[in-house]
Design a protein around this ligand. Structure first.
Ligand code: GLC
Length: 576
């Protein structure tokens, strides 16, 4: 194994139940992934983040773990897992697993013990409180799903805390024996030979000891300021690191840490602090979302994207580390927010890809993005599976909102939009994902427009090929990884343009986020426009439309970009 320096990696998020069904039960599994390892190798990714495959009642698709050290039979066996790990390692690809240690399933034996009596040794593994003075919940915190974050347990007459579903009770990190057990389990996985973890909801593990009420008008979910980046978080993460990761080579950790300042990110990721390697830069995911209503959309502009790029670059780049991404299993794909289903769809998919691979940060590709997949829209609520989506539907409709409107919000915002099975072959039933009906329906053909793997494999101008080229481009050019960034045309509402610089090298990236030709005026920019530019990459086929532009020309000749055009140039000499 000769792993690439993780800072130079491109991560691929694999959502196992929707990737490939290998045993014909309609559920993606480890054998299915094994069947498609060549696809991952050809793509060029060198780190796979594998979603949870542990034993679980699957209330939250595996983020509710019943037994950390067992693989759910739906995904396969430990032997399948070892085969997969071996194949990936033979190809120098790291495998990092999802580690969910903010909470477990309520079916975990620890919780079963914990709820059985107040003096059970496992009682302290979870966060129990007696009813508030009015006999109700101990405080006004709400879960991410919108309901109270507390559930009353008849057996002992107390409430337990759950920041997510009631079937996902939060672990009590204040209790040292719990931490010890977690570290033991983590070491066990590391001993299996895996290469690290994506740490789920990790900045929520330290709760304010008094669990105070939140102001009623605070942002959703109420209470978050008392557990995100909580009082003992850095102490806990350092201890976790020292007790586990620090004793193994090549381990990479990627933390899910919403609502962080750049100072916090540095604390989490500065190598000398020994906490974790990188965090997921989540704020781009807020774009297009109404902060008060997680189910509503709002208008947005590319200047917000520019701000986010600059904020992370200026605050963290070159010191701490972060992964950048445009969708995950939790965030519907951003592409549809950028484009409708217009003629230039593939151009837009490639534009978004160019953006992701040329800004500072480690790119994370969520499965299917490399195919330019849309968010799947299911016409009936019956086709949705995500508990959060179904809960929202039920409540909103019960509160008198029109079903059509509620469904419209769901079409845009449901996590299920990006959880449809990967379409391997459009000519086969179930798009080649499975031989039987999958756990969630495949994307209807009129939404897929033939964007299946088999077709894209044979078309050098497909979105898939384009992703492969970008990944290679990163591999060959350290400037993309280590270079600084200067934003040009900062106020332009359709174009994003930035210069990357590293040692003697300078690149200009130009991105037109509009579905029309857009002209550029360089006169207000502090840039010498007589310099020679050499085109390295672009998202329009070379001879698709006559332009007066050659592959080498002066910057001043770059006066217009075509709809969703993306261009990468090397600048011969630059004075900014
Ligand atoms: C994370 C996961 C999400 C899950 C939640 C609770 O945010 O990404 O899918 O629902 O944690 O584990």
């Amino acid at each position: 194994m000769a792993f690439r320096n993780w800072r130079e990696s491109v991560i691929y998020q694999l959502y196992p139940q929707s990737f490939k069904d290998g045993n014909g039960d309609g559920w993606g599994d480890l054998q299915g992934i094994l069947d498609q390892v060549d696809y991952l190798i050809e793509l060029g990714t060198d780190m796979i983040w594998l979603g949870p495959i542990y034993d679980s009642p699957l209330v939250d698709n595996g983020y509710d773990i019943r037994d950390y050290q067992r693989i759910h039979p739906r995904y396969g066996t430990m032997d399948d897992f070892q085969q997969l790990l071996k194949r990936l390692h033979e190809n120098d690809i790291r495998l990092i697993m999802d580690l969910v240690i903010n909470h477990t399933s309520d079916e975990h034996t620890w919780f079963q013990e914990s709820r059985s009596s107040k003096d059970n040794p496992y009682r302290e593994y979870y966060i129990w409180r007696s009813p508030g003075t009015d006999g109700g919940e101990p405080n006004n915190w709400r879960s991410f799903l919108g309901e109270s974050a507390w559930t009353y347990d008849e057996q002992t007459g107390e409430y337990y805390l759950h920041l997510f579903d009631r079937k996902q009770p939060d672990l009590n990190w204040e209790h040292p024996p719990l931490r010890e057990e977690l570290y033991k389990m983590i070491r066990w996985w590391l001993d299996q030979g895996i290469d690290g973890f994506r740490l789920d909801a990790i900045n929520m593990i330290s709760k304010h000891p008094d669990l105070p009420d939140a102001p009623e008008d605070a942002a959703h979910p109420l209470g978050q300021q008392f557990y995100k980046n909580g009082p003992r978080i850095h102490e806990f993460l350092h201890e976790l690191h020292e007790q586990t990761f620090a004793h193994y080579d090549h381990i990479v950790t990627l933390g899910e840490a919403p609502s962080v300042t750049m100072e916090e990110v540095l604390k989490y990721t500065l190598p000398e602090r020994g906490e974790m390697d990188m965090v997921l830069a989540m704020d781009m995911m807020r774009i297009g979302k109404d902060p008060k209503h997680p189910w509503r959309s709002r208008d947005w502009s590319i200047n917000e994207l520019k701000e986010s790029v600059l904020k992370w670059h200026e605050g963290v780049h070159g010191r701490g580390a972060y992964a950048v991404y445009l969708s995950t299993h939790d965030h519907p794909r951003m592409l549809p927010d950028i484009i409708g289903a217009g003629d230039h769809y593939d151009q837009a998919a490639k534009l978004v890809a160019t953006f992701l691979h040329t800004i500072p940060g480690i790119p994370l590709i969520y499965q299917g993005e490399e195919l330019g997949l849309p968010n799947t829209i299911y016409s009936s609520i019956d086709d949705y599976r995500d508990a959060g989506t179904l809960g929202y539907y039920e409540h909103a409709v019960a509160d008198g909102e029109s079903e059509t409107e509620v469904l419209e919000h769901i079409h845009k915002r449901s996590r299920d939009g990006a959880r449809a099975p990967i379409p391997w072959n459009c000519a086969l039933p179930q798009a080649g994902f499975s031989e039987v009906e999958p756990w969630i329906p495949v994307t209807p053909e009129e939404q897929l427009h033939g964007r299946c793997v088999n077709d894209q494999m044979t078309h050098p101008d497909s979105v898939l090929y384009y992703y492969r080229q970008l990944i290679q481009l990163r591999r060959m050019n350290p400037i993309v990884i280590y270079g600084s960034l200067t934003m040009l045309l900062p106020q332009h509402e359709q174009i994003m343009a930035y210069v990357r610089e590293w040692e003697e090298e300078r690149w200009l990236v130009m991105l037109n986020f509009a579905d029309e030709d857009v002209s550029i005026d360089w006169s207000a920019e502090q840039i010498d426009d007589t310099q020679q530019m050499i085109k390295l990459h672009g998202n329009y086929p070379k001879f698709s439309r006559p332009t007066n532009r050659e592959d080498e020309h002066d910057l001043s000749e770059l006066k217009e970009l075509r709809p969703y055009e993306a261009l990468i140039y090397r600048m011969q000499s630059v004075s900014l």
